[in-house]
Design a protein around this ligand. Structure first.
Ligand code: MF3
Ligand code: CO
Ligand code: CO
Length: 288
């Protein structure tokens, strides 16, 4: 059997055949199961390194492969992004402190360790490969008791992803998805991160198109049945700008205010879209 079936659009977006949805379902289900099994692990006093080690063990137990270990030199089975970390937080590394940096990146402040504290909010992002298909999902978790503003941020970010997913069907454009997300987030007085985006995926981790979480209706490529991609909005309580720290992975908000993210891998069907990374325990949202 040839490696790739289907065809590419003029924008380089792969159109997958109906039979290929099954591969994405299996990969997506494993990613979601692993994220479900992280729920009881998150608590004050637990290290992000221990959570990542548990995730790596779950990937191995399933006979799957971590897509992130070895990806561009990354060495972990997850990204764990705490508080004002926007994405690509490194599990096991001391957690960036909330203090504003003043002079240079060499003065980056971090906690002494990677121990979660009461009130921390965090995103765990896992990508697995099952029989060559990629399942990529992330969601928010809460250690202990969060601030009301943090809960509000999580709610708006979750709902922004779901509004994006509701917009995803044949005939709509990627700009329609971005515009729907951006409009909702800004109506709630928050900002959408521009520096990172969703992506096509399938038998590869990152493929065309870039799925922007902002934009203008009617712009960008038109969605077609058989497209597989992620939607993964990052939403900030303050300004949208981000800074990448010296480790060259950890992205934080420039103003050190809180950030949240949710991610699903989806496939466009004849009439709408299928979520490959649906939580088997129906626990995608951290509080209900
Ligand atoms: N899972 C991330 C995404 O949503 C990518 C992580 S790449 C890593 O695309 F190397 F940082 F793990
Ligand atoms: Co992704
Ligand atoms: Co991801």
């Amino acid at each position: 059997m040839e490696k790739h079936r289907g065809r590419l659009t003029s924008d380089g977006i792969r159109i997958h055949e109906a039979a290929e949805f099954e591969g994405m379902r299996r990969a997506g289900r494993l990613a979601a199961e692993i994220l479900d099994r992280c729920i009881p692990l998150v608590a004050p006093g637990v290290t992000t390194g221990a959570i990542d080690a548990a995730i790596q063990a779950m990937v191995e137990e399933a006979g799957a492969i971590s897509a992130t270990i070895g990806y561009r030199g990354y060495q972990h089975a997850s990204c764990i992004s705490v508080n004002h970390v926007v994405c690509h937080g490194i599990p096991g590394a001391p957690i960036p402190a909330r203090g504003k940096e003043t002079v240079s990146r060499s003065l980056e402040k971090r906690r002494a360790d990677d121990v979660l504290r009461d009130g921390d909010i965090l995103n765990i992002d896992v990508t697995v490969v099952v029989d060559g298909w990629y399942g990529d999902s992330s969601r928010m978790y809460i250690a202990g008791t969060p601030l009301p503003a943090a809960l509000n941020l999580i709610q708006v970010t979750h709902d922004a992803l779901m509004i994006g997913i509701e917009t995803a069907r044949p005939g709509m454009t990627f700009g329609d998805i971005g515009a729907a997300i951006q409009t909702y987030v800004e109506k709630n007085g928050m900002s959408v991160v521009r520096d990172f985006c969703g992506h096509g995926l399938g038998r590869v981790f990152h493929a065309p198109p870039n799925v922007l979480h902002y934009g203008r209706p009617g712009t960008g490529a038109t969605l077609e049945e058989g497209m597989f991609f992620t939607i993964e909005p990052m939403v900030n309580l303050g300004r949208a700008e981000t800074v990448v720290l010296m480790d060259e992975w950890t992205a934080v908000t420039a103003d050190r205010n809180l950030s949240a993210q949710f991610e699903h891998s989806v496939g466009i069907t004849a009439t709408g879209c299928e979520i490959f990374t649906q939580s088997p325990a129906d626990r995608f949202h951290p509080t209900y």
